[in-house]
Structures are given as structure tokens and as C-alpha cells.
Design a protein around this ligand. Structure first.
Ligand code: MD6
Ligand code: FE
Length: 221
């Protein structure tokens, strides 16, 4: 039975109603939380990709990722044949990543606080662009220096099926649909859970067309 709260004008309402879905003890999806920020996010991405274009990085195994990525903020997530790491320098431009716009920080902090993680101070924003067929295989986020800070993941554009697994790669993963404007937050006991994204179907979004843009905020350093 879900927990309930009494309201004056209605009957019993699940506490997680109003666009909040619990996907773990310390993990939530905040439905539509990013909608007020969409225009600012897209404007900023247009600026960021002039300096640090989207590119397909190569993984440890030597394969190009199907997802194209760039970063903003003091640190950016990178991958090559030697492995995964955070870097202050974009290996493509050989310059620092573009700064994280204030509006990004405001969105990430607001979403984290709403999920119970006060005082989130993101220093890294990974920006992923998915086209139809792009996918992200199950993995843990463990390149960050400490695991006390949550991960805040913002979805724009085409819908995706987020896989939210357990502490072991072989644990069964829940399939969580993510739509334009949704924000997933996971931390605490859920911080190291395996997660990924199923191959994207081509279901064009009215504004963004056949792509999904994902912003993943972290405290990496
Ligand atoms: C997403 N991205 O694109 C979630 N994690 O919806 C990730 O979980 C992720 O893209 C670690 C490194 C790169 C990523
Ligand atoms: Fe991840």
C-alpha cells in the first residue's frame, strides 16, 4: 500500500502524487520538473556545442559510443581506449569545457533538493544526444570522487526507457519511461545502482524532432 496523506478537498492521495515517482529508497523521477527550463537549456546547448561539439567517444573496449556527448562545467566526463575519467580540458578543443550556466545549476540544485538532497553542488554536466537507435548499456557511475552527492539526470525531446537495475549487473532492471522535461535523481543507498537506456525508438518530439538530449549533473571533483 502506498503511504497516503489526507487533503481537505479530496480523498486520500498518494504522497508521491503530483508528478513524483519513487524508483528506489533514495531515487525519484520528478515528472516535468525541467519544463520551465527547456528554452534556456536549449539556448545554452547551442552555445556550448560551438566551443565543444557533440562527438562519439570511444570506450575502453574500442567501440564508438552510439550516444554523442559534450560537457559544460569545471569538469567533463570523457572516455577513450584508456578508460573513463573526468577532465578539466575538452580533448577535442584542447580548451576548458564551457562554463556551466547558472540556470543549469539552479535546475540541478532544485531537483536534488526536491528529492531530499540539500546543497547539491554540481561541478560537471554531461550532455548526451541520442538519435533513433542510440543506447547506453548498463553501468555504474563511479568515476566521481565521492558518492555522497546524487546524480541528477534531465531528459528532453524523444521519450526513452531508462533501465534502473540493482547493485549487481545481473540484477533485474526496472524499465522507467522518461519523457520530455522529466528529471531523475538517484543518490544515497541508490547511488551505485546499475542503469542504462534502451535503444531509442523514432518517435519524433514536436519541438526537438528525432533526438533526445540528456543532461547529467554530478559532483565529480
Ligand atoms: C542518460 N547517462 O543518458 C544517462 N553515465 O540518460 C548516463 O547514465 C551516463 O551518459 C555515465 C557516463 C555517461 C553517461
Ligand atoms: Fe550513468
Amino acid at each position: 500500500m502506498p503511504a497516503v496523506s489526507a487533503m481537505a478537498t479530496q480523498d486520500l492521495i498518494p504522497i508521491e502524487a503530483h508528478g513524483r515517482e519513487r524508483i528506489g529508497p533514495c531515487a525519484l523521477v520528478l515528472r516535468g520538473f525541467a519544463l520551465p527550463y527547456v528554452a534556456a537549456l536549449l539556448r545554452a546547448v547551442a552555445d556550448i556545442e560551438v566551443c565543444s561539439p557533440f562527438r562519439h567517444m570511444v570506450t575502453l573496449g574500442g567501440f564508438a559510443m552510439s550516444v554523442a556527448l559534450t560537457n559544460c562545467g569545471a569538469l567533463g566526463w570523457t572516455s577513450d581506449r584508456r578508460g573513463y575519467r573526468y577532465s578539466a580540458i575538452d580533448p577535442l578543443s584542447a580548451r576548458p569545457w564551457p562554463p556551466m550556466p547558472d540556470v543549469f545549476r539552479e535546475l540541478a540544485r532544485g531537483a536534488a533538493a526536491s528529492a531530499g538532497f540539500e546543497a547539491f553542488q554540481p561541478d560537471a554536466c554531461l550532455i548526451n544526444r541520442y538519435l533513433p537507435g542510440s543506447r547506453l548499456s548498463l553501468h555504474q557511475d563511479r568515476n566521481e570522487r565521492d558518492f555522497d552527492a546524487p546524480i541528477v539526470s534531465v531528459s528532453l525531446g524523444m521519450p526513452a526507457t531508462f533501465l534502473f537495475g540493482g547493485a549487481a549487473r545481473s540484477d533485474r532492471a526496472a524499465k522507467v519511461p522518461l519523457h520530455h522535461g522529466d528529471v531523475a535523481v538517484w543518490g544515497g543507498a541508490d547511488r551505485l545502482r546499475y542503469h542504462g537506456v534502451m535503444p531509442l525508438k523514432d518517435e519524433p518530439h514536436p519541438w526537438l524532432g528525432s533526438q533526445r538530449i540528456n543532461f547529467t549533473f554530478r559532483k565529480a571533483g
